[in-house]
Each structure stands twice: as C-alpha cells, then as structure tokens.
Design a protein around this ligand. Structure first.
Ligand SMILES: [Zn+2]
Length: 307
C-alpha cells in the first residue's frame, strides 16, 4: 500500500473527498421531497378519486422509504457537516417513520462493529418458508418494535447501546418528538382525512414494506463470518431506485467505508479497484432468487442470488 492509497487500494484523496457531506445535494433532495408531499396533497385535495389517492400514496411511500437512508447518513455523521446538524436531521428523517433516531443510531454503530457475528444488533435472517418471508415483508415486526420502543422509552428503558446519560436524554427527546408528531398527524387527519390518508398514513405503511424489501438483501443468508467481503451484499439496482434510496443500495461499499456520504456511494462503487464479491443486479432479482431458494433452504442453507 502506498501513502496515497487507503485500505483496499483506493486513492486517499478520493476517499476523503467522498467522505465530505454534500450539503447542496442534500438541500436539493429536501426541496424535491417537500414539493412531492405538497404536490401530492394538492392533487388529492383538488382532483381526488381513488386512482389519484392510490397513485399519490404509492409514490410518496417509495419517497418515504428513502428517509431511513438519509437518517442512516446522519448516524455516520456524513449527511451534514456538524454533529448537531446530523443529530437534528437524523431525528427529522426518523420521526415521520415513528422510529427513535437515537436508539437506531447507537444500535446501528454496534451493528457495524459486530456485523454478522454474535453481538450484532441485527438478527440473522434466513427464511425457510414462504410464510415467514411474507411475514417479514409485511413489516408487522417493525411496527411492534416501534410501539414497544415508544412505551419502553416512557418507562426509561433503553437498548443496551443507549448506555450513557446524554444518549438516554436524546432518546427521550426523540420519543417526545414521535408522540407529538403522532398527535399532530391525528389532529390533521380529523380535519382532512382523505388528504392525510394519501400523503401520510398509506405512504407510512408502504414505506415500511419497501424498507423491508430493500433492507433484507443487505446481509441476508450471510450470517456467521466477520469479513465484509463475505457478510454484506450490494444491490446495483437502477438509477430511479438509487435516487429514491439515496444510493443506500451500495451497502457493501458503505460497510467498507462508513464515512463516505450516502449520496457519494455510487461514485465509490465505480471507483472500487475490485468489485465487491457479493452483488445482485436488482431487488426484484434478489427476491425472486430468495423465494426460489425457500424449498432448498429447508434442507440446506443456500445463497439465493449471486452474480
Ligand atoms: Zn451504516
């Protein structure tokens, strides 16, 4: 390794430029997202009808599913420049998803330390039946987890990673924000039920399913080995989906270089001296492979995809 090369053979100067927050593009994303929600609400209020309502809800559901990737960028302090800005924006992205940013943040950092081995805060995923796979996609477990987290935080119960006073204070503040947001959403629903259904409640449910679809490939079937080359998967996907996901599809590149801003992951993917060995072409291809493998995994664990 030369002095200009970082770990993995990447140019150090390139890596440090990719690790810089891209505030202008983040601001552009925020403007487009706000415009999408306002425009969707106006379309439902002015035009109405079941087709418009469902179309708006589906589009906003996909947009909302990207919030978790923006929040994830804040977890790694690469969304905006200051620690405080990342903390505030992380909570801002997570609150509409009813997800406690502080708990997510510290659990996720433990996940990076123990990916795929005992101590990992993400449980191993390997389905043996179509029923268990569909149950996972339904995101019922996600809603149960969020509801339990709200109740536990009120009782001052926290995950093991939220183990310091400042972390517990932040977790409580995030919980208050989620509850206040819920109250606001319910009040607004009272006055404009049709619009709120189309721009919030349905997108919320859809976004959780999309998050399961896009989150599952990250480490599915790869439990038990500590090397990133063997325990993490990248999905190349298409330009539209990469846009919606803030490039969060490049999960292996992210695990190799967690400081790189999420919006720079496509550039990092293209700059990798050697392509990551575990990749899927698309989410659809990954999930078709997974479903096909279900009968096989009943007898012996197998990889559902590979390229
Ligand atoms: Zn991460």
């Amino acid at each position: 390794m030369t002095t200009t090369e970082a770990r993995g053979g990447l140019d150090k100067a390139l890596l440090s430029s990719l690790a810089k927050a891209v505030r202008g593009r983040v601001a552009a994303y925020v403007v487009v997202i706000v415009a999408a929600f306002v425009g969707g609400g106006m379309a439902v209020a002015l035009v109405g009808g079941a087709v418009v309502t469902v179309a708006v809800a589906v589009v906003l559901g996909f947009v909302m599913s990207g919030f978790i990737n923006a929040a994830h960028d804040c977890v790694h302090s690469s969304h905006l420049r200051s620690k405080r800005a990342n903390r505030i924006m992380g909570a801002a992205w997570c609150t509409p998803l009813l997800l406690n940013f502080t708990n997510y943040r510290y659990d996720h950092l433990v996940h990076h330390r123990f990916t795929g081995v005992p101590g990992d805060t993400e449980r191993p995923k390997q389905f043996h039946t179509l029923r268990s796979y569909l149950y996972s996609l339904s995101a019922i477990a996600y809603w149960r987890y969020n509801a339990r987290t709200i109740a536990r935080t009120w009782r001052n119960e926290f995950p093991a990673s939220v183990n310091k006073d400042d972390r517990r204070r932040d977790s409580r503040a995030d919980n208050v924000a989620i509850c206040a947001w819920l109250v606001l959403a319910v009040v607004l629903t009272w006055f404009a039920p049709h619009v709120l259904l189309a721009v919030y409640w349905l997108p919320l449910l859809i976004s959780a399913v999309v998050m399961r679809i896009t989150g599952l490939p990250e480490h599915y079937g790869l439990w038990g080995v500590p090397e990133i080359e063997r325990n993490t998967r990248t999905v190349r996907s298409n330009a539209l989906f990469r846009l919606v996901l803030w490039n969060g599809n490049y999960h292996a590149e992210h695990h190799r270089y967690p400081a790189v801003a999420t919006l720079n992951l496509h550039r990092l993917h293209k700059a990798m001296p050697e392509p990551h060995p575990i990749q899927s072409d698309s989410y659809l291809g990954f999930h078709i492979g997974l479903v096909k493998s279900l009968n096989v995994t009943r007898r012996a664990p197998a990889e559902p995809d590979q390229s």
